[in-house]
Design a binder for this molecule. Structure first.
Ligand SMILES: Cc1cc2nc3c(=O)[nH]c(=O)nc-3n(C[C@H](O)[C@H](O)[C@H](O)COP(=O)(O)O)c2cc1C
Length: 295
């Protein structure tokens, strides 16, 4: 029997410098090419996701921050409407340091919303910390993801998504073991789970204000997802306890008045990377019926 209506996909992404958004676009395009009705949205602002229908497939993507999905992304996910009856595909993008169990954590968040996860990916992308001259590390150095995701990684990512799509096109889906989305480096992931976010984050310097250059335009306040940057008694202040060191404020300042020590950050990241195995894109998904078989 031909299907009464096209299958629907909702692609939700949280992205600060475009890597995660770019994969959302590619995922949306791949599903549209298969005849799905597809909607792609950012969920960085709560207003953007107020009225959402329950799709057949929810695609949910975030970056990895400190080996986990960003805390603000998780809190926005928890504020989304429930997706009972939807299936889900989750993905995280990471900058070649370590993605740890980020995709697994996202999968659990999607399941807590009522969706059933059928696959996911950790995609190696350009690292978005900056060099001193305003470019992302990953747009300069091969070891920080220059030219990633490469064509093979992109094919793996879209292949896993299409495996989920084909499964749903064929009818109700079988089971998928979420543990397949966990890191292959179990010992490191275990150690990671023992270290609080505040400890990892405090290795990185707090962005400062160059008072002479600052014109108090407050752009830094508007891009801060956690509300850590505030205007108090005619001064821009940054709360060290809630600042996530994402450095969006440094990027956004038109005067270059938000500053930080990029050289120190780069050195630290290079040190951590030496302890890690070479980064790869990893995917896992349900086994789909072979293309062309009867739905
Ligand atoms: C605050 C912060 C923490 C990060 N932590 C990690 C990390 O733990 N491991 C990693 O490989 N990359 C890390 N990255 C790099 C990003 O995960 C990566 O560049 C991602 O693709 C950025 O996605 P976006 O462009 O959609 O924001 C971090 C980036 C930021 C801003």
């Amino acid at each position: 029997m031909p299907r009464q209506r096209p299958l629907e996909a909702l692609v939700l992404h949280y992205s600060q410098t475009g890597n995660t958004a770019k994969l959302a676009e590619a995922a949306g395009q791949a599903l549209s090419d298969r005849g799905w009705k597809t909607r792609i949205m950012s969920f960085r602002s709560p207003e953007e996701t107020r009225s959402l229908n329950t799709p057949d497939l929810l695609v949910l993507g975030t970056p990895t921050h400190f080996w986990k999905p960003p805390v603000m992304a998780v809190s926005r996910i928890r504020a989304l409407p429930r997706f009972v009856g939807s299936y889900a595909f989750v993905y995280t993008t990471y900058g070649g340091v370590f993605a740890s169990d980020s995709a697994l954590v996202l999968a659990r968040e999607a399941e807590a919303l009522g969706a059933r996860v059928l696959g996911g990916a950790s995609v190696y992308c350009p690292h978005n910390f900056m060099t001193g001259d305003g470019r992302r590390l990953g747009d300069v150095y091969p070891e920080f993801g220059l030219d990633q995701p490469n064509p093979e990684a992109m094919a793996d990512f879209l292949g896993a998504l299409e495996s989920v799509a084909r499964t749903l096109e064929a009818g109700p889906a079988g089971g998928f073991d979420l543990a397949r989305l966990g890191s292959s480096r179990k010992m490191l992931s275990f150690l990671d789970s023992l270290v609080p976010l505040s400890v990892k984050r405090d290795f990185l310097p707090l962005p400062r204000v160059d008072a002479e250059a600052c014109k108090q335009c407050r752009m830094c306040l508007s891009v801060c997802d956690t509300g850590a940057v505030r205007f108090v008694r005619e001064e821009i202040v940054t709360n060290a306890g809630t600042c996530m060191r994402c450095y969006q404020c440094v990027r956004a300042c038109p005067q270059g008045a938000r500053v930080t020590d990029w050289a120190k950050i780069e050195k630290l990241l290079r040190g951590v990377k030496k302890l890690m195995s070479p980064p790869v894109t990893r995917t896992a998904a349900v086994d789909a019926p072979t293309e062309g078989s009867e739905p």
